[in-house]
Design a protein around this ligand. Structure first.
Ligand code: NZQ
Ligand code: ZN
Length: 385
């Protein structure tokens, strides 16, 4: 096992009716800004519950944070917070609202150009104002991690930053708040969580036994509940399981002490920036080809994955690997998440464009061995046509 330091200070408050706990969780004397996305949190009553719970607090609101949150919109919230001297943020929504809130929290007291937070991937962040979240979409894990992904509209640049200063203080996970999600977003959530696990699991063996078995149990749970959670939108236990799996998939635990890949995500971010494809959908396009093209360096883990996750035990090494990748692709497709660029009418031009973008964003040595060069990324994308 590799050396590691694990730190995660986020308090999770899980279950129905837990939004009422905001009164206790948000400091009494805080000047609060509630942040949300489009209409969903208002429509499904989540915001009403939040307002009731904070009725004894001083509260303002900022709506309109878009999916794949933009720097341009977020800077408007930064101005509001500065001018009104607000000191506590509450994100109500999915990964986009939570990521946006993380950036805002870091940008408010940042001296200099806040976009540097992204170009340095968080290295310049020395403090952030405190915030909590109410999660409405299980997918990204942002509710219990220190990462955020922000898009600059002007240049169509989508970059990630990480900083221990942007862990949420608390996150409320009420599975009933996910009942109103459109099927497409639920499927996105299953796929995003699945690929988060794969990015930390499917590398090379370092004898991280508990990390491997923990990752495999999360993958098996997603395979088991994926189709059901789409078919039965108001089944509490299914939604509760999806919510907790998605959080555990990216809260640092399964990635501690093991190599991590993330090449699929970096290429996926470029596809979203250029063609506005939902985050999870970009991952479904890239991951199967990524595993296939890099099968030599990932051989041991691919065989372990085939056996322990898909129960594939017969055939040559390459046959078992092919079957495991085919099963992965079929799982995504069964959730109605396409796994080919052609599903978005994208072809060779898109491959060239994405490779250029990777180059200009410095994404030229990706993966757990830093050997995913532009040439490898190009082959992966071509295999996804
Ligand atoms: O804007 P509203 O009206 O709220 O609608 C949202 C949005 O249109 C809707 N929605 C959310 N909760 C709902 C709901 N609709 C009905 N009922 C509910 N309960 O869902 C749509 C998508 O929301 P969004 O927050 O964009 O989705 P998601 O949670 O998948 O977040 C995606 C973003 O997270 C980033 C992605 O790059 C992308 O920008 N990621 C963040 C990560 C992190 N912080 O660790 C890791 C991920 O790999 C990912 O990159
Ligand atoms: Zn993701």
């Amino acid at each position: 096992m590799q050396n590691f330091e694990f730190y995660n200070p986020t308090r999770i408050v899980f279950g129905p009716n837990k939004i009422a706990e905001l009164n206790r969780l948000v400091p009494q004397n805080a000047k609060v800004l509630i942040l949300f996305g489009g209409a969903s949190a208002e429509k499904n009553g989540t915001l009403a519950e939040v307002r009731t719970a904070l009725s004894q607090h001083e509260v303002q609101e900022f709506g309109g944070i878009e999916p794949n949150p933009t720097y341009e919109t977020l800077m408007k919230a930064v101005e509001l917070i500065r001018s009104e001297k607000l000191d506590f943020l509450l994100a109500v929504g999915g990964g986009s609202v939570i990521d946006g809130t993380k950036f805002i929290a870091a940008a408010v007291n940042f001296v200099g150009e806040p976009w540097d937070i992204l170009t340095t991937h968080g290295a310049v962040v020395k403090h952030a104002i405190p915030f909590g979240t109410v999660l409405t979409l299980p997918a990204t894990g942002s509710e219990m991690n220190e990462g955020a992904v922000i898009t600059r509209q002007a240049t169509l640049t989508k970059l990630a930053f990480m900083s221990e200063h942007v862990f949420p203080q608390f996150s409320i996970l009420d599975p009933t708040k996910t009942y109103t999600l459109p099927k497409r977003q639920v499927a996105n959530g299953v796929v995003d969580a699945y690929v988060h696990i794969m990015e930390q699991y499917l590398t090379y063996p370092v004898d991280g036994r508990v990390q491997d078995r923990f990752a495999e149990s999360l993958l098996l749970t997603l395979i088991e509940i994926g189709p059901k959670v789409l078919a039965q939108p108001e089944d509490y236990d299914l939604r509760a399981n999806l919510m907790w799996v998605a959080t555990l998939a990216l809260n640092g635990l399964i990635g501690a002490g093991v190599p991590q890949d993330w090449a699929t995500h970096m290429i996926g971010h470029e596809l979203t920036a250029a063609y506005d494809i939902d985050h999870a959908r970009t991952l479904a396009i890239v991951l199967p080809s990524m595993l296939s093209i890099r099968r030599t360096e990932k051989r041991d883990k691919l065989l372990q994955y085939a056996e322990r996750v898909w129960q594939i035990t017969s055939g040559s090494d390459d046959e078992r690997i092919d079957q495991a990748i085919a099963k992965t692709r079929a799982f995504f497709e069964s959730l109605e998440v396409p796994t080919r660029l052609s599903a978005y009418t994208l072809g060779q031009d898109a491959v060239h464009h994405v490779v250029k973008q990777l180059e200009s964003n410095g994404m030229v040595k990706l993966g757990e061995k830093k050997n995913v060069t532009l040439d490898v990324s190009q082959r992966v994308l071509e295999a996804s046509l």
